[in-house]
Write a protein that binds this ligand. Structure first.
Ligand SMILES: *Cc1c(COP(=O)(O)O)cnc(C)c1O
Length: 348
């Protein structure tokens, strides 16, 4: 295809997890919330519909930013709303990383970061985590063309966390911005939002897909110092969030009682899943997210994944060269987890 830019022709493209459209699967493969979202979401969407959809939405999603501002303790102009946090990651990469320049990412981690670099025709440098999932010194090293560093925190697939003190120290050593992808921070004990005020190099992205049970809606946001936000606004689609999702997302973050209750249930189930998997002989790092990463000490994970799928239980099978292959299992309801663990007991 000679019409296309050479970087597009040569890249393979991001492959999202399977999304079977029929019912009948226990779906533990893409870290969705097993519980329905706050009832306030449906009320807000209905109200927005009554209002009509003939007008364009607020380009900056001001209602959302004001509510998020109260929640996070930063001014509203420190927040940029996006069509899912993948939209935010795209905006940031397009704004900061040019052709031939360098983007750094940890490994193993979220595979999309690499794709974003490829789209830019940029170079990406994967720096391996230490075996205990801490970051090596090299992750913070300066380099001439380095324009952006991504860090998923908690990380996927491991569920492990780099503590905020280490993130701040890392940012201070880096010559460029550090995007801390906090897609799973609501399930963790710590987060880095307070660091944004301490260093203009630290930016934090969040999503409503996982903790707020709104993966089907598409809403995420960035927290960064306002002079950076102003530059990112130039890069985004003018109306990157629609009226219904702005209303829904604003209502969702307004119901913190729902979040606290759902979080408790998921953390409880996560504990049970980690224990059960370890009892089955898997190596499972302590997870601070809504999934666990399980490598078997003796057996390959692929046949396990395939057999679970035949039994209509979907988990994520992942191979990371140099790290082995494993199962990333989303924390579902207690019942879903019991079923999954019982099947694994038969398989392993
Ligand atoms: C799920 C996920 C996202 C994307 O979230 P969306 O808001 O649904 O686009 C971003 N980063 C990581 C690490 C994720 O796991």
């Amino acid at each position: 295809m000679p019409y296309f830019r050479s970087n597009i022709r040569s890249m393979s493209g991001y492959v999202p997890g399977e999304q079977p459209q029929g019912d009948g699967f226990i779906k533990l493969n893409t870290n969705e919330n097993p519980y329905p979202p706050s009832p306030a979401v449906a009320v807000a969407v209905n109200e927005a519909l009554q209002h009509g959809l003939q007008k364009y939405p607020d380009p900056m999603a001001g209602a959302f930013c004001r509510r998020a501002s109260e929640l996070l303790g930063v001014p509203p102009d420190w927040i940029l709303a996006g069509n899912g946090s993948d939209d935010i990651l795209t905006i940031v990469t397009r704004a900061l990383v040019g052709e031939g320049q360098l983007l750094r990412l940890p490994y193993p981690s979220y595979i999309l970061y690499r794709t974003l670099a490829d789209l830019q025709g940029a170079r990406s440098e994967e720096v391996h985590f230490e075996p205990d999932w801490t970051l090596p010194e090299a992750f913070g090293r300066g380099s001439d063309d380095l324009r952006l560093v991504f860090l998923a925190n908690p990380n996927s697939p491991s569920g492990t966390v780099v503590p905020p003190e280490a993130v701040l120290e890392l940012a201070q050593r880096l010559p460029c911005p550090l995007l801390v992808d906090e897609a799973y921070a609501d399930f963790a004990e710590t987060n880095c939002v307070d660091l944004v005020a301490k260093s203009e190099k630290i930016m934090v992205s969040r999503t409503l897909s996982k903790s707020y049970a709104l993966a089907g809606l598409r809403f995420g946001y960035l927290v960064a110092q306002p002079h950076l936000i102003q530059q990112f606004v130039k890069v985004k689609d003018s109306y990157n969030c629609d009226a219904l999702s702005i209303a829904a997302a604003t209502a969702a973050i307004g119901d913190q009682a729902w979040l606290a209750e759902t979080r408790e249930k998921i953390l409880h189930s996560r504990g049970r899943l980690m224990t059960a998997m370890r009892d089955l002989g898997f190596i499972v790092p302590d997870s601070q997210a809504n999934f666990v990463w399980a490598l078997h000490s003796r057996q390959g994970a692929r046949p396990m994944y395939e057999e679970l799928k035949r039994q209509r239980i979907l988990v994520r099978y992942m191979v990371y060269p140099g790290w082995g292959d494993g199962l990333r299992i989303t924390v579902g309801t207690d019942e879903e987890i019991e079923t999954c663990v019982a099947k694994l007991q038969e398989i392993v």
